[in-house]
Write a protein that binds this ligand. Sequence first.
Ligand SMILES: Cc1cc2nc3c(=O)[nH]c(=O)nc-3n(C[C@H](O)[C@H](O)[C@H](O)COP(=O)(O)OP(=O)(O)OC[C@H]3O[C@@H](n4cnc5c(N)ncnc54)[C@H](O)[C@@H]3O)c2cc1C
Length: 383
Amino acid sequence: MREMLRGFVETEVDPQALEHNRKELFNVELFRKLGDLGLLGITVPAEYGGSEMDATAAVIAHEELAASDPAFCLSYLAHSMLFVNNLCQNGNHEQKSRFLPGACSGELIGGMGMSEPGAGTDVMGMATTAVPNADGSEYTINGAKMWITNGTIDGTDTGNVFLVYAKTGKGRGKNDLTSFIIEKDMPGFSLGQKIEDKCGMRASHTAELVFQDVKVPAANIVGEVGGATLCMHRNLEIERLVLAAMSLGIARRSIEVMSNYASERKAFGKSIGEFGQIQKAISESYAEYQAGRSYVYNVAKDLDISTYGNGLDADGVKLYCAPMGKRVADRAVQVLGGYGYVGEYQVERLWRDAKLLEIGGGTNEAHHKNMFRDLSRNYSKLP
Ligand SMILES: Cc1cc2nc3c(=O)[nH]c(=O)nc-3n(C[C@H](O)[C@H](O)[C@H](O)COP(=O)(O)OP(=O)(O)OC[C@H]3O[C@@H](n4cnc5c(N)ncnc54)[C@H](O)[C@@H]3O)c2cc1C
């Protein structure tokens, strides 16, 4: 699979990355080709159109795509993990039969709405509500979701389909959230804004989605009413793992670019790779990348995506790898000097994209909070 992906990345992803970054355009056509390769439903059973693979396969896919185009990979992640895998693990047979074949082929492009204009890390502070009618056959959703990857595809309208979390309870307890499938063209569901001018991830569309008295049939509830906290935690584990895998891809490509450059670039009559400080930048980057890689693949190998309980290391891999990817990309820019600071040499884009991985899917500080909570409960059980 890795070999297949490297060939695909070299011929199809690498050549378009710079232009789509510059124009802030999502490459829908290329995205649909991931469906032909069986990557969009990578963790989905064959009966729903997927490839029935595991967390390690998902890690490989994200690592390889992010080495070339992290923004394109972020859209892939939002679709294949946050919508497709989430629905596959938590939805019922009818919902999976209805949405997954189209999502696995790329006909439908999906996303997930958890964050809001006023609440991100504090997820239980969300203000979007879902109120049932008298017989519970329909829910009315009001509120807004912010920063939604694939929230729009064409920049003018909402994307195709989303898993959206809303409050069905009044408090901040674990039974107060419910997850709904929201479809484009549901009356009252609209694109608030396409978020422009992001620091990085510019070839991935990010949007605000608005819900104004959106009537959603109870058949679109994923899991139980009040049961979404469990669905959310289960999916956050694979999300954080593949986000960490993206940082690995960024680090690897940065190391390749700076190593090649250091062998070719001459200063003071020698190649810059002969200078100790350049050697330090490259060798430390490689060691840190390999440490992150070992951690990520070690966690992936044991991650059962149908359960949850791996939160400590799902937070841990991302907490280690996101700053590592950013640091390595930063060193690559430095090694390339002025050339590192322009788009053509790629590392400038990787450096900007790397920053998002310290924010999206949980900030570094959220990982600190979660990991201390888990360690303080289980400190006697460290391997
Ligand atoms: C490009 C992009 C794509 C995204 N895609 C999606 C998506 O598809 N779906 C989705 O739901 N969301 C998405 N997000 C949102 C992302 O997950 C949030 O931005 C992130 O969770 C942080 O939330 P926030 O931005 O509201 O920041 P806040 O939660 O307001 O945090 C602001 C600062 O306060 C710190 N902070 C907050 N609470 C604590 C605490 N208890 N202790 C210490 N520090 C704290 C944070 O670490 C941060 O430094 C995306 C974001 C971006 C930028």
